[in-house]
Design a protein around this ligand. Structure first.
Ligand SMILES: C[S@@+](CC[C@H](N)C(=O)[O-])C[C@H]1O[C@@H](n2cnc3c(N)ncnc32)[C@H](O)[C@@H]1O
Length: 333
């Protein structure tokens, strides 16, 4: 992920950053003003205290909004200094693990275990800290995520879903809920699942109680094919029009297609007024052309995210007009 962040900073922001250090690279001195890796943390003064989400790279799991260097005498001293700033601190270490553990024990417990879907995010601010040496902590009381280290691991169901892709949709729904207040899908709602096979996303929607109109070239898992609330159709999902299919509460797509193909389809659905919310995977290939992603971020009431469960892809989340007052790429956080 660090390498992808580096590529994005260069390709999207024109910023050169130092190579990602080999696993042995453990700086023991903080150099103010210098762009530098501290373990997995890229200290990049140009991104200090960003005010808008759009100013952050997608590949930054979380960002220090108010970076500072704390000088400490002891673990107790460190915890006291951090608690004076705020309550919740996630630990991100690349060295001095025992000392960090002593500090962690003196701070309130922060859950980092996988969450069970669906759930409500914590709403209290989340800080982050790393020990650069035994006397200095690089920290930020304010970060761009309410989650520890900006990660959202989810409890996996190894038995029921027909593919692991279901995790992406669960995480997307959690973010739509958190960022915009969009309620989770519910019984009585309708979903169009484009590129649905083998059915992980359809399975999530059915678990939430929504009915699904699933389109792919290949059939879904037999259990979903037998589900009376799943309608399956063999077709090219991109040539089915909103006018033909009618209105949906949810239109979702996990089709492996590149931004240029996805964008007109997304725009058409939104312009038709026949969709309330959308979740679409934006596949990336090789060297990313960031210009092709920008138009997604300009769509009102939406946000582009790199999810914990995304690989070399991004996710477009459209909250819809009714829920558009949350944290999109183009508005104040
Ligand atoms: C990554 S898989 C989807 C996985 C699925 N979301 C799940 O959770 O199991 C992508 C699917 O898109 C389908 N696909 C690709 N192009 C398509 C198109 N134009 N119309 C419909 N389906 C398409 C493929 O057949 C493939 O099954």
């Amino acid at each position: 992920m660090e390498e992808l962040l580096r590529e994005e900073l260069l390709g999207r922001f024109g910023m050169r950053t130092p190579p990602v250090p080999a696993s042995g690279g453990k700086p023991d001195r903080f150099i103010p003003g210098e762009v530098r890796w501290y373990g997995p943390i890229l200290y990049c003064p140009a991104f200090r205290n960003p005010e808008r989400v759009e100013a952050l790279p997608y590949w930054a799991q979380t960002a220090f909004r108010a970076p500072m260097l704390l000088t400490i005498e002891s673990a107790g001293d460190a915890a006291k200094a951090m608690m004076a700033l705020q309550r919740n601190w996630a630990s991100c270490q690349y060295q001095l693990w025992r000392r960090a553990e002593l500090i962690e024990r003196k701070l309130p417990f922060i859950p980092t275990k996988p969450r069970t879907f669906p759930f409500d995010f914590p709403t209290t601010p989340m800080g982050i800290f790393t020990l650069v040496n035994d006397r200095q902590i690089l920290a930020s009381a304010e970060t761009s995520s309410d989650l520890a280290l900006g990660a959202l691991p989810l409890v996996e169901d190894h038995t029921n879903p027909p593919s692991r892709a279901y995790l992406k949709l669960q995480e997307s729904l959690a973010y739509l809920h958190h960022d915009f207040g969009v309620p989770y899908p519910a019984p009585g709602e309708r979903c169009f699942d484009a590129g649905a096979c083998p059915g992980g996303w359809t399975w999530v929607m059915r678990q939430c109680g929504a009915e699904v109109y699933a389109v792919d070239r290949t059939e879904l898992h037999p259990l979903l094919m037998r589900d009376p609330k799943v309608t399956f159709r063999v077709h090219d999902a991109f040539t089915l029009t909103p006018e033909e299919l009618g209105a949906f509460d949810w239109v979702v797509s996990d089709v492996i297609c590149y931004p240029d193909r996805l964008l007109p389809w997304v725009r058409r659905w939104i312009a038709s007024g026949r969709v309330k919310h959308m979740v679409c995977t934006i596949k990336l290939q090789g060297e990313v052309d960031w210009q092709t992603i920008e138009p997604f971020t300009q769509i009102p009431n939406s946000r582009v995210r790199h999810l914990t469960h995304n690989k070399h892809e991004l996710t477009f989340l459209y909250a819809g007009e009714e829920w558009g007052t949350g944290m999109g790429n183009g508005r104040e956080d």
